[in-house]
Design a protein around this ligand. Structure first.
Ligand code: ADE
Length: 418
């Protein structure tokens, strides 16, 4: 079997952790049991470019149970859990190409290794697999039935490909399912980002000023969890509606320049480039901490920070100190990459359960309906979303009411008024 992982001797630990995550992934477990029996993905080659975590391992096992030949590479150079990669290869026979800390060339070599398997379904987190295929390997696009995309940034890239008329096959935007972004982006990113900051720094968050860039689903989650730990949260937004929402949710809203003067910890979650720049670093307090929770490492201008610093050194795992000429120190976490995956373990299994249930059912949807799909970005069908919500509630032992016949009737009628 073809693979590239750091150390197969880590497999035992990886297997135990994969099983531990599986305990919180009951929706995926239900789907896996049905896939075992029905084999809806029989004979399909699936190429996945995802964060190599315990949760992703459970997804890969589900795809395999469905009959797919599944291959995996990392969707970020710093997010691979090497014990999981080892176990996928050794215990589960899944070809995995991922090494935590891999350089850019290795990262793309691993994507190439997955593309060499000629996938007919691509499964992306950030769209690097699809964009690599579209730039260097266009000839392979014909065999792809469709792709799936896990994250907001990836969906934005794919929409831009669709608008420019260059998208060569359909893609299902898993991120857009309600059972994905309402939970994974908000509660998953909220908790795991705070987890990453705490694991990296061991700072007390109570009483600190935490500046959150972006009030999308991720920003909302981070802001609300930081408030829960006693931080004074300041939100930075460019969208007036979101800024208004943040204000009425009880957060302070400021311009980034005003926030730069007062923040203790800065977290970017915008999906855009250059949020924290030289002019912000110029005014920050001594010992300000900066980190990113957006998909790519472009939100903090690290070259600018490095260019204005006298020195850069690692002071503890995942924490680098930049010493400015006037003696102020700025601390960068996780090299400006996703702090929740670089310094912690990513989102907890319970939310990834729903995200990856969407991935598994989206793959099944592709196997059944690819002939009807055009070269467009599609939402996950509503029935899938609702089925996942129903299964999740069931797995949590939560029963809900249904409408009485009288209520159903009332909702359909327009004659009954005051
Ligand atoms: N993205 C965020 N958290 C993740 C996790 N635990 N596994 C895979 N992808 C993720």
């Amino acid at each position: 079997m073809d693979y590239d992982v750091i150390d197969l001797s880590l497999a035992g630990r990886g297997k135990a952790r994969i099983e531990w995550a599986g305990l919180e992934m009951k929706v995926l477990e239900t789907i896996r049991a049905r896939f075992e029996a029905e084999k809806p993905l029989e004979g399909l080659v699936i190429g996945a470019c995802l964060h190599v975590t315990t949760e992703t391992a459970n997804l890969m096992l589900t795809l395999k149970a469905g009959g797919a030949e599944a291959y995996l590479c990392a969707s970020n150079p710093l997010s691979t859990q090497d014990d999981v990669a080892a176990s996928l290869v050794q215990d589960y026979g899944i070809s995995t190409f991922a090494r935590c800390g891999e350089d850019n060339d290795t990262y793309y070599a691993h994507i190439a290794s997955v593309l060499d398997k000629r996938p007919v379904i691509t499964m992306d987190d950030g769209a690097d697999l699809v964009t690599t295929l579209h730039t260097g390997r266009k000839d392979q696009a014909d065999i792809v039935l469709a792709g799936t995309e896990e994250t907001t940034t990836g969906v934005i890239r794919l929409r831009s490909m669709q608008e420019q008329g260059v998208l060569l096959f359909p893609v299902i935007a898993v991120n857009n399912a309600d059972t994905k972004h309402f939970f994974d982006n908000r509660y998953g990113t909220g908790q795991s980002t705070i987890d990453g900051i705490i694991r990296a720094t061991n700072l007390l968050l109570a009483g600190k000023v935490m500046v959150v860039f972006g009030y999308g689903w991720c920003g909302r989650g981070i802001a609300s969890r930081a408030r829960g730990l006693g931080s004074h949260v300041v939100v930075i937004e460019v969208d007036p509606l979101r800024a208004l929402e943040a204000t009425m949710d009880g957060f302070q809203v400021k311009t980034s320049m005003d926030a730069a003067k007062v923040g203790d910890i800065f977290v970017t979650a915008t999906g855009d480039t250059g949020c924290l720049r030289a002019e912000h670093f110029e005014t920050m307090k001594d010992r300000a901490v900066v980190c990113n929770s957006g998909h790519f490492d472009v939100e903090i201008d690290i070259p600018a920070l490095e260019g204005m610093s006298k020195s850069r050194r690692c002071v503890r795992d995942h924490v680098e100190e930049f010493l400015l000429p006037d003696g102020r120190r700025i601390y960068l976490l996780g090299e400006g990459r996703l702090v929740n995956l670089a310094a912690a373990e990513g989102h907890p299994a319970s939310v990834m359960d729903m995200s990856f249930a969407n991935q598994a059912l989206a793959a099944e949807h592709v196997s059944l309906h690819h002939a009807e799909l055009e070269r467009k970005v599609y939402d996950v069908p509503r029935e899938i979303d609702e089925e996942i919500a129903r299964l999740k509630l069931e797995s949590m032992g939560i029963a809900i009411d249904s409408l009485t016949p009288q209520q159903e009737e009332y909702l359909k009628s327009w004659t009954l008024g005051t």
